[in-house]
Design a protein around this ligand. Structure first.
Ligand code: NAD
Ligand code: UDP
Length: 388
């Protein structure tokens, strides 16, 4: 419950604020809204085209926070109400984006418009109206590691200088233009540079967040259940879908890419610290990830298979994974980030934040949620006779 005695990291009382949260109906937005409603006194003007993932926070009207959250069904591409909502708020958080890799090479124009052009007015309204902005970028702005260009067995590949990603030191390394995978990273990088320049030239108070594979319940969709049958979500939902349907998990190009996964609930703690400690967060770019949770995609598949078997009580398949080429899975123009280890120095120094949850524990709670939420629906959809 919202308490009166909440203080920031410097011991000062936290005043209730109004937050315009754009993209509030998505995965991260839904967890952030939940946190703000249950643990703080802040108000949220929730902007999105969908609200399914926050319905439980909006209805019934008897909910204890119902006077602190309002949903505005707005497409920020073309809606003049947006500036008014930003003006009414103390802080704007922009989460809106096309951010599933399957779209980057197949819908590069939509990807670039969504991540750069559509974000421009939000930055402009914040700057012109002297409003604080927390903008969600991505760890993909780092692109590939320097180490990935060394020969496979080169000893420097083991040197953290060649792969740990630092906000204020690492270069952004993208593939050629025909590898349209990088349309997303490039659009995100340009909006970061624009925000940074607005800060430098016009005094915009900003914080940029670079999430490193935040995962947990409500991420993306399960194809054919709460999203299009042919849709390709991010890896957590792809693998969950395979497990729920008793299909082998598809490993793109051998599943050799490495990722660090952080539990959404840990990551949301970091965002709340940014919201409530503006003097420590303004002007900074923050990596938010869990460097201790690194696996290859193949190892992720193996771990999810083992955990899902425990959660569902069903034995794993004899051949739980299958290899697919990236061209077959994503189409022309796909490319990949090889490895993503966040440097944690800046977020540690400014906000004292550290992630807590191990990969095993976060997959255990997430797959328990996936099974509880989708197993019956999948069974019914499989049993349904096909219309002739
Ligand atoms: P998401 O797709 O679940 O949420 C994005 C939300 O924005 C959706 O609800 C969508 O409807 C909304 N939106 C998109 N365009 C809109 C428009 N024109 N008008 C109104 N609403 C619009 O994604 P997410 O995982 O919650 O990611 C949120 C942000 O974090 C994105 O900017 C993404 O690039 C960034 N990010 C997330 C991760 C991660 O690990 N989840 C990693 C890197 C970056
Ligand atoms: N991937 C995979 N099988 C799938 C989905 C994704 O092997 O069914 C791989 C993908 O090629 C990438 C990694 O998993 O190497 C993570 O993909 P995700 O979509 O989560 O996004 P990314 O981390 O690349 O932004």
């Amino acid at each position: 419950m919202a308490s009166q005695a909440r203080v920031d990291l410097d011991g000062c009382p936290i005043k209730p604020i109004t937050i315009c949260m754009i993209g509030a109906g998505g995965f991260i937005g839904s967890h952030l809204c939940e946190k703000l409603m249950s643990e703080t006194p802040h108000k949220v003007l929730a902007v999105d085209v969908y609200n399914d993932k926050i319905k439980h926070l909006l209805e019934p009207a008897s909910l204890p926070w119902s006077d602190r959250i309002q949903f505005h069904r707005i497409n920020i591409k073309h809606d003049s109400r947006l500036e008014g909502l930003i003006k009414m708020s103390d802080l704007t958080i922009n989460l809106a984006a096309i951010c599933t890799p399957a779209d980057y090479n197949t819908r590069p124009l939509d990807t670039i418009y969504s991540n750069f052009i559509d974000a421009l007015p939000v930055v402009k309204y914040c700057s012109e109206n002297n409003k604080r902005l927390i903008h969600f970028s991505t760890c993909e702005v780092y692109g590939k590691t320097i180490g990935s260009f060394l020969p496979k067995d080169h000893p420097l590949r083991q040197d953290p200088e060649y792969f740990v990603l630092k906000e204020d030191a690492s270069p952004c390394i993208f593939g050629p233009i025909e590898k349209q995978r990088w349309s997303y990273a490039c659009a995100k990088q340009l909006i970061e540079r624009l925000i940074y320049a607005e800060g430098a030239e016009n005094g915009l108070e900003f914080t940029i967040v670079r999430p490193f594979n935040w995962i947990g319940p409500r991420m993306d969709f399960i194809p054919g259940i709460d999203g299009p049958s042919e849709g390709v979500p991010r890896v957590l939902a792809c693998f969950s879908n395979n497990l729920l349907r008793h299909e082998p998990l598809k490993l793109v190009d051998g599943g050799q890419s490495q990722r660090t996964f952080v539990y959404i609930k840990d990551a949301i703690e970091a965002v709340l610290l940014m919201i409530e400690n503006p003097a420590r967060a303004n002007g900074h770019i923050f990596n938010v990830g869990n460097p201790n949770n690194e696996v290859t995609v193949r190892q992720l598949a193996e771990m999810m298979t083992q955990i899902y078997s425990k959660v569902s009580g069903e034995p794993p398949l004899d051949s739980p994974t299958i290899d697919v080429s990236s061209k077959e899975f994503y189409g022309e123009g796909y490319d990949d980030s090889d490895k993503r280890i966040p440097d944690m120095t800046i977020i540690n120094r400014q906000l004292g934040w550290n992630p807590k949850t191990s990969l095993w524990d976060l997959l255990d709670s997430t797959l328990t949620y996936q099974h509880r939420t989708y197993a019956e629906a999948i069974k019914k959809s499989i049993a349904k006779p096909v219309a002739s």
